[in-house]
Design a protein around this ligand. Sequence first.
Ligand code: ADP
Ligand code: MG
Ligand code: MG
Length: 252
Amino acid sequence: MSTLVIKDLHVAIEGKEILKGVNLTINTNEVHAIMGPNGTGKSTLAAAIMGHPKYEVIQGTIEIDGQNVLEMEVDERAKAGLFLAMQYPSEISGVTNADFIRSAINARRGEGNEISIMQFIRELDKTMEFLEMDSEMAQRYLNEGFSGGEKKRNEILQMMMLKPTFAILDEIDSGLDIDALKVVAKGVNAMRGENFGCLLITHYQRLLNYITPDYVHVMMQGRVVKSGGPELAKKLEAEGYEWIKKELGIEN
Ligand code: ADP
Ligand code: MG
Ligand code: MG
């Protein structure tokens, strides 16, 4: 079992404090959902875990099995088993999807331990079929001209190929129609198990109808203010966030 522990995390962007003391522990074999209104710092949390240079950690710790993640470069974090599917995946012209994924796999496996081309192609084909992706997507430039749904599906493809220990999926459901949503959920559910933990960031409970989380956390104003089980997401869907604000005495 592996554990990702975030303690008292404070993060600033351009000098402005956005995260104000986030505490979160995720074990493998667990799926955690983070919900919360727009602008509360959910994407900031994801970016800080992955080490985006714009996000400055001003206090707190992030550890995987006692290893200090904050001291690692971005590529070392990936090697340590972290994966982020960004809310807005970037396009990389001139690099095919297949090449990108193979480089990422090999970077994680390390020199001398590269995946064979045959094995890579076999796994890629199988996974793309599982995700109901057109095989020509492998040879297209990364995310270039991909529709919103194709980008999200592609993030799941990368995740399944890379087999991270911890995946952070930031609004992987946004802009998806129901069929694409089901495919994304199928991919995440296939990963679930002893070697995989997941942090699902979402605005809507809809995704959680297809991926039943073990824990649901509510983030507001840069903190995790409430945690519970799947029933908490249902309550949020039915009643919104006002009752939590009242309960906590948060204004606005
Ligand atoms: P969420 O994902 O919950 O919608 P974000 O983490 O994207 O929230 O944003 C939290 C706050 O940080 C917002 O007030 C947003 O305006 C601000 N913010 C996010 N990204 C940047 C950035 N790159 N530069 C400046 N401010 C940012
Ligand atoms: Mg947002
Ligand atoms: Mg966001």
